[in-house]
Design a protein around this ligand. Structure first.
Ligand code: HEM
Length: 483
C-alpha cells in the first residue's frame, strides 16, 4: 500500500520510471532474447527500427548497411526483426524457389489511391489475377509486333537530344531519358502516346508525379498506418504546387485513357477493365507510369553519361552498331550484339535505379541458410547495392567496364539483380531492356553523343527504394555545339 501511495503521489515520476523500465526491458529483449538476437548488427538497429527509418529517410541506407556488412559479415540485422543479406546464394530461396517468400507488408506504402497494385500487392492470389491478364503484353513477341511504334519513340528522343545539344547549354539527359521511357510505356501498354519527347520545358510534365512516388521510398519501412497519417499531414502542411500540377496532368491523361477504353480492348487498361473496378484500373496505370518512367529513365541516362565519360568504349560500340547496320543479309537483331549487350548490362549494374533491399518475409516453416536460422516472420532481403558492388564478383566495382560481361561469368550473372529475381521480378524487364537497346542503337547510329562531356563529376543519389538523383539532373554539355 505504501508503494502505491508513493506512486500516486508522484504521477509524473511514476510514468517516467515505468516507461523507462518498459523501454529498457524491450531493449534487453531485442538484444538477448529476440528470435534473431544471434544476427549481428549495429547496436541501435538491434534495439529499434528508428535506426532503419532514419537512414531510409536521409537516403544513405545502402551505404550505411554496406559499412555494417564490412564490419559484421554477410548477415546484418538492420532493425529488430529485419536482416540484410549480402550473399547472392540467398536470392534463390528468398525470391525464386517455389515462388519465393512473400513480399513484406511495408510494400503497402506503395499502394496507389488506396488500391493494391501489381507491384505493391503482397497477396499472391490478388496479384496473380491481375498479372495474368496483362503479362502477355510484356512478352518479346508482343514487343516485337509493336517495334515500329517503339522505334518512333526512340527517334523522337534522339531528335530532342540533338536539338538540345545544339544550344551549347547543359542538357539534362535524365529528363530526356524519362521522356523516352514514358512514351514507350504509354505507346506500348496504353496504345496512346504520352508524348513526353515533344515537350519543350526543362522538366517533363510527368516528372513531379514520378518524383512524389519515388519519395515514398523515404518512408518505405514505416508501418502503413503511420505512413498514411504522415503522407496526409505532409500533403496538408507542405503542399507542393509542382507536384499537384503534375499529379493533375497524369490524372487527366489516365482518366481519359481509362474512360475511353472499351472493355475487351487489348490494351493494358482494356485487359483489366473486365476484372476490377475502373478506379483500380486507373491506379494500376499510374503505377506503370511511375515504375516505367523512373527506372528506365535512370538506366538510360546512366548509359548516355557513361558513353560520354568513356569515348573509347563509345567508339567500340559505334563500330559494332554501324557494322551491323551495314551487314546486309547478315544483320543481326540488336539484342544479339555482344558489345551493346555488355553496355546495357553494365549500365543496369551500375545505375543503382533500385539500390536497396527487396524485403520479403520468412514463411511459417522458418528458413535455415548456410547454417544460420531465420525464424518465421523475419524480414530478409538482398540489395542491388551489395550484390552489384561486390568486388570479388565485379573487380573495381564502381568503374564502368562493359568488357566484364563479354566472357561467360556465372558468378556475375548470378549476382545480377537490377530487375529483382523470381516470381516478383520486374514484370516489364523485356520492355525495359528493349527500350535501352533501341535507344542506344538510335543514339549511336546518329552519333549524337559525340563531343558530349559529363557536367557532374559524380551523380549523387538518395538511396531510396527507387533512387532519386540529387538535384534531379544528369547533365551533358556539347562544347562544340552540333550543327
Ligand atoms: C530498366 C528499367 C527497370 C528496372 C531496373 C526495374 C526494376 C524493377 C525491380 C527491381 C522490381 C522488383 C521490385 C521488388 O521485388 O520489390 C520491379 C518490379 C516491377 N516493375 Fe520494374 N523496372 C524497370 C522497368 C519497368 C517498367 C518499364 C515497368 C512498367 C511498364 C515496370 C513495372 C514493374 C512492375 C509492375 C513491377 C512489380 C512486379 C511484381 O511484383 O509482380 N518496371 N522492377
Amino acid at each position: 500500500m505504501a508503494l502505491l501511495d508513493v506512486l500516486l503521489e508522484y504521477p509524473l515520476t511514476t510514468l517516467f520510471v515505468l516507461s523507462t523500465g518498459l523501454l529498457f526491458s524491450r531493449c534487453i529483449y531485442h538484444l538477448a532474447f529476440h528470435p534473431i538476437a544471434h544476427i549481428p548488427g549495429p547496436f541501435l538497429a538491434k534495439i529499434t527500427s528508428l535506426w532503419l527509418y532514419y537512414h531510409a529517410y536521409i537516403g544513405d541506407e545502402a551505404t550505411i548497411i554496406h559499412k555494417a556488412h564490412t564490419e559484421y559479415g554477410p548477415y546484418v540485422r538492420v532493425s529488430p526483426n529485419e536482416v540484410d543479406i549480402s550473399d547472392a546464394d540467398a536470392m534463390a530461396p528468398i525470391y525464386v524457389s517455389k515462388g519465393g517468400f512473400l513480399k513484406a507488408p511495408c510494400y503497402a506504402n506503395f499502394d496507389i489511391d488506396g488500391h493494391k497494385t501489381i507491384f505493391s500487392a503482397t497477396d499472391v492470389e490478388h496479384r496473380a489475377r491481375r498479372a495474368k491478364a496483362v503479362v502477355p503484353m510484356f512478352s518479346t513477341k508482343s514487343i516485337r509486333e509493336n517495334e515500329a511504334a517503339l522505334y518512333g519513340c526512340a527517334d523522337r528522343m534522339v531528335d530532342r537530344m540533338e536539338e538540345e545539344a545544339r544550344t551549347g547549354r547543359p542538357v539534362n539527359i535524365l529528363n530526356i531519358a524519362r521522356s523516352l521511357a514514358v512514351d514507350a510505356v504509354s505507346t506500348h501498354l496504353f496504345q496512346e502516346n504520352y508524348n513526353g519527347t515533344s515537350e519543350k520545358g526543362p522538366r517533363l510534365s510527368v516528372s513531379a508525379f514520378v518524383d512524389a512516388f519515388v519519395a515514398v521510398g523515404r518512408f518505405f519501412y514505416l508501418p502503413t498506418k503511420v505512413f498514411i497519417w504522415l503522407e496526409w499531414t505532409i500533403e496538408k502542411c507542405m503542399p507542393d504546387e509542382h507536384t499537384a500540377t503534375s499529379m493533375e496532368v497524369v490524372d487527366k491523361f489516365v482518366d481519359n485513357l481509362v474512360d475511353q477504353t472499351p472493355a475487351g480492348s487489348s490494351s493494358y487498361p482494356g485487359r483489366l477493365i473486365p476484372l476490377v473496378e475502373r478506379l483500380e484500373v486507373k491506379a494500376q496505370c499510374k503505377d506503370l507510369i511511375f515504375a516505367g518512367t523512373d527506372s528506365t529513365g535512370m538506366n538510360f541516362a546512366t548509359l548516355c553519361r557513361q558513353m560520354a565519360l568513356n569515348p573509347d568504349k563509345y567508339e567500340v560500340l559505334r563500330k559494332e552498331i554501324l557494322d551491323n547496320a551495314n551487314a546486309g543479309e547478315k544483320k543481326q537483331d540488336v539484342q544479339a550484339l555482344p558489345y551493346l549487350s555488355a553496355v546495357v548490362r553494365e549500365s543496369l549494374r551500375i545505375s543503382m535505379a533500385n539500390p536497396t533491399r527487396l524485403p520479403h518475409v520468412v514463411p511459417d516453416s522458418g528458413w535455415t541458410f548456410k547454417g544460420t536460422n531465420f525464424p518465421a516472420g523475419t524480414i530478409v532481403g538482398c540489395s542491388a547495392h551489395e550484390l552489384h558492388f561486390n568486388e570479388e564478383v565485379f573487380p573495381d566495382p564502381f568503374s564502368f567496364y562493359p568488357e566484364r560481361w563479354l566472357q561467360e561469368n556465372p558468378e556475375a550473372t548470378k549476382a545480377f539483380f537490377a530487375f529483382g529475381a523470381g516470381s516478383r521480378a520486374c514484370i516489364a524487364r523485356n520492355l525495359a531492356t528493349f527500350e535501352l537497346y533501341m535507344g542506344a542503337e538510335r543514339l549511336v547510329e546518329r552519333d549524337v553523343l559525340r563531343g558530349a562531356r559529363a557536367c557532374q563529376e559524380k551523380v549523387e543519389i538518395y538511396e531510396w527504394f527507387n533512387s532519386s538523383v540529387k538535384g534531379e539532373k544528369i547533365e551533358l554539355v556539347w562544347e562544340k555545339p552540333r550543327v
